[in-house]
Design a protein around this ligand. Structure first.
Ligand code: DSN
Length: 413
């Protein structure tokens, strides 16, 4: 980045340090990943210079012939990847993908039924400070206290009582496979529409490891940067009957010009996920999560629901007398990045909850497998046990930097 270095050394320096952090540490944030060099290159192209309000073939600006090609490729590829009738690849993020669906089917004041943020849901599923909680009337379901699985009896009871216009499935911190068909049954019974927010596990759906919501949901929303391993962005899939209204909700409803460099990077990501090696990547993410969960369980940590069958696990660190915030900071000092997180029925507060969330998508991208998860698990347990022992955390940090040299980050090295 020679020009950046000369023009703005402060930004150049911060980017270099972040690159170093990403390379030398163990990245275990469940919603993060490493993109390929091709995705990075697409995101850094001259397409950032172009306005393209509208859709391919129907733009409000001249000179759109090449960005039309890009957006059409992105739409075709993501439709093929997930077997969807219609795709909109313009949402800048997962939040905007969700907002676009709400704008398509809801009026202010309408009732939505979604997973409670405190049980693993997302901000845009009706949290009181989020637009979704201010504009609409959210009702929340959660997980059962005994096994931490989605309480479908509660989902059905709440749906019958409140008659929501839209039921939302999908979560940000739920370690189990979600039964989309069961949500579809409830939605059908009460005459609601179903939206599945598959942002976290889109890569697992693409790789055939998690059941697909596309055939049973009216709308499927997602980000492209988690298990799907693309640029930081969003998209929506839906049935043809909703296509026109959805497209209108995205533009001009909630967005102006699409970020065409990011649409290009999404097209590259979808192309990569269509390649024959992607299912093996998705399978390995899940195998790695299971392997890591076993190590953590055997080390005395409690896991929400007792384990995982997707890319993430939720660890209750109060079982070893820590809080989520203390655990996150200790792991950070050892070069291990996770995030503190509320766990179901948490008695603590969001800024210092009982849990940490751990995901395996990024380390799997670096080529780590179950054997490596044993070492990663040992470092996590060691750092948690020595949370206030600076010398030990520093030693782990050095060992991890050495270890990660054997697992180059795609696009960085
Ligand atoms: N904030 C994201 C996560 O970390 O799960 C979800 O959008």
């Amino acid at each position: 980045m020679p020009d950046l270095k000369t023009a703005d050394s402060a930004i150049w320096d911060a980017v270099c340090r972040e690159r170093e952090r990403q390379t030398e540490g163990l990245e275990l944030i469940a919603s993060e990943n490493y993109t390929s060099r091709a995705v990075l290159e697409a995101a850094g192209t001259v397409l950032t210079n172009k306005y393209a309000e509208g859709y391919p073939g129907r733009r409000y600006y001249g000179g759109c012939e090449h960005v039309d090609t890009v957006e059409q490729l992105a739409r075709d590829r993501v439709r093929r990847l997930f077997g969807a009738e219609h795709a909109n690849v313009q949402p800048h993020s997962g939040s905007q993908a969700n907002m676009a669906v709400y704008m398509t089917v809801l009026n202010p004041g309408d009732t939505i039924l979604a997973m409670d943020l405190a049980h693993g849901g997302h901000l845009t599923h009706g949290m009181h400070l989020n637009f979704s909680g201010k504009l609409y009337r959210p009702i929340h379901y959660g997980v059962r206290p005994n096994d931490h699985r989605i309480d479908f009896d509660q989902v059905a009871t709440l749906a019958r009582e409140h008659r929501p216009r839209l039921i939302i499935a999908g979560a940000s911190a739920y370690p189990r496979e979600i039964d989309h068909a069961k949500f579809a049954d409830v939605a059908r019974e009460v005459g609601a529409l179903l939206m599945v927010d598959m942002a976290h596990y889109a890569g697992l759906v693409a790789g055939g490891v998690h059941n697909s919501p596309v055939s049973c949901a009216d709308f499927v929303t997602s980000t492209s940067h988690k298990t799907l391993r693309g640029p930081r962005s969003g998209f929506v899939l839906c049935r043809e009957e909703h296509a026109k209204n959805l497209d209108r909700s995205v533009f001009p409803g909630i967005q102006g010009g699409p970020l065409m460099h990011i649409v290009a990077a999404k097209a590259v990501c979808f192309g990569e996920a269509l390649r024959p090696d992607f299912p093996a990547y998705a399978r390995q993410i899940v195998e790695n999560a299971r392997a890591l969960a076993e190590v953590l369980l055997s080390g005395g940590l409690r896991l929400v629901s007792g384990g995982t069958d997707n890319h993430l696990m939720m660890c209750d660190v109060t079982a070893i007398d820590l809080s989520g915030s203390v655990a996150e900071k200790a792991l950070d000092r050892a070069g291990i990045t996770v995030n503190k997180n509320m766990i179901p029925y948490d008695q603590r507060k969001p800024m210092d909850p009982s849990g940490i969330r751990i995901g395996t998508a990024a380390l799997t991208t670096r080529g780590m497998q179950a054997d490596e998860m044993k070492r990663v698990g040992a470092w996590i347990l060691g750092a948690l046990r020595h949370a206030d022992d600076e010398a030990t955390l520093r030693r782990f940090r050095g060992e991890i930097a050495e270890f990660t040299r054997n697992f180059p980050v795609p696009g960085i090295g």
